[in-house]
Write a protein of this length. Structure first.
Ligand SMILES: [Zn+2]
Length: 425
């Protein structure tokens, strides 16, 4: 029974590295409430504590709450007092070094596939690696996902000789009995705690509950068999079933953190499923359909005053129907107060722009816009200017698609409930 009680205790010790924002990207435009919340929780207001090979390592302020837990768990619960607190702090720091190693393993493999890794943030519930978003091939996604748990298994394997030594000294002959010593304030307890933590970190993250690492590997497997959107849906459903199992076992074990974890899994799985659907829809939409026709743009020799008629905005500069530059709203704005009367359009136009074909997908343009500092792209058809596609336009399209996807998701749930009711009859 002690084991059953101990394991949830271990979970509480931050085993759960929930891959919340370990979403390898996601939509920076039109992010909804939940997404904004998770984004803020994972990255906002974090302190940078260092950098490993150009990847910033950050710590979220709520991390400090864990020290309260250390005081309780090692100082009070073990009645070891100050020595227990120092010991607990050391354990905590090492557990998080293992979480960091897990994230770095993801980051390292992602980097090998040419993806930019922005930063790693440590939260009380685990680590979050922010990796540049691109559509990954199933194999690549599986390898990136597998790298994290593999790192924890490798640490556990490396610790095994020490664990065997401790078992020999303490005459522990039952394999499961090691957990009884794991919260002891001693070197033996320290080694055992780290060993168990790494095994649990690996196993927990390998649960096939999307969007945890195991769920990603599962989706990659399904993607080899069917469309990515369908594969995601299947992986999400498997994850949701597992979340239900977590809720039930949490209540059964008396650990109310597990239902909370399940809730996180449900929310993130839902967000990821929606995003994959949004991505698929945006891929099918040609950008030409949403371009704004700004009266054919403006000529480079025109006075700048012409560009400012009706207020400053992003405008394409065209010559005989061909785009030769762009005027950006944010560059026109400061000119309103100072003199612009003397200037011509060509004096201010940006000559390094990225024209896109009207048949290019909204998704491709989204990828370009989110990696660029430019707020818009000129849309051309066989080299001839057809209109401008701005970030605001993109946000509108994204919002519209997102809303449609939510309705679609509710539709799926409703039809599922209707089917259940029919079966019940
Ligand atoms: Zn992971």
């Amino acid at each position: 029974m002690r084991i059953a009680l101990y394991l949830p205790g271990c979970f509480r010790s931050v085993i759960m590295h929930l891959s919340l924002a370990e979403r390898w990207g996601g939509p920076p435009v039109g992010a909804d409430q939940a997404e904004a919340w998770i984004g803020a929780a994972s990255v906002g207001a974090s302190l940078t504590i260092g950098s490993i090979r150009g990847i910033d390592v950050r710590v979220h302020p709520t991390f400090a709450l864990l020290f309260l837990w250390v005081i309780y768990q090692w100082g009070i619960a073990t009645s070891a007092g100050a020595a227990g607190i120092i010991f607990g702090t050391l354990v905590l720091l090492l557990v998080f070094a293992c979480v960091l190693a897990h994230e770095l393993a993801h980051a390292w493999v992602a980097h090998r596939y040419g993806l930019a890794v922005h930063d790693i943030t440590l939260l009380p519930i685990g680590g979050v690696a922010r990796v540049e978003y691109t559509a990954l091939r199933p194999r690549e996604e599986a390898w990136i996902a597998a790298a994290g748990p593999a790192m924890n298994l490798a640490i556990a394997v490396a610790l095994t000789p020490l664990v065997l030594l401790v078992a020999a000294i303490r005459h522990i002959d039952q394999p499961l009995a090691v957990v009884l010593y794991a919260d002891e304030v001693s070197v033996a307890g320290f080694v055992l705690y780290l060993w168990i933590t790494n095994i649990l970190l690996a196993l927990f993250n390998l649960l096939p509950a999307f969007p945890m690492d195991g769920g990603r590997i599962l989706r990659a497997g399904f993607s080899a068999l069917c469309d990515r959107v369908v594969a995601t849906k299947v992986a999400v459903v498997v994850g949701q079933l597992l979340a239900i199992v977590l809720v039930i076992s949490g209540i059964w074990l008396g650990d109310y953190l597990l239902p909370l974890v399940a809730l996180f899994i449900l929310i993130s799985a839902q967000l990821e499923a929606r995003w994959v659907q949004v991505e698929a829809t945006m891929r099918a939409l040609p950008v030409g359909q949403f371009a704004l026709w700004e009266g054919g743009g403006i000529r480079p020799e025109a006075p700048l005053a012409h560009a400012l008629r009706g207020g400053p905005k992003d405008i394409a500069v065209t010559q005989d129907g061909v785009v030769v530059g762009m005027l950006w709203r944010h560059e026109l704005l400061p000119l309103l107060s100072s003199g612009y009367q003397e200037l011509l359009v060509k004096d201010l136009m940006d000559r390094s722009f990225n024209p896109v074909e009207a048949t290019d997908s909204v998704y491709d343009v989204y990828l370009w816009l989110s990696s660029s500092t430019r707020p818009a792209v000129p849309v051309v058809e066989r080299g001839v200017y057809r209109g401008i596609f701005t970030s605001e336009r993109l946000a509108h399209v994204h919002q519209h698609v997102n809303r449609k996807t939510i309705r679609l998701q509710y539709g799926v749930v409703l039809s599922f409930l209707a089917r259940l009711r029919a079966v019940a009859r």
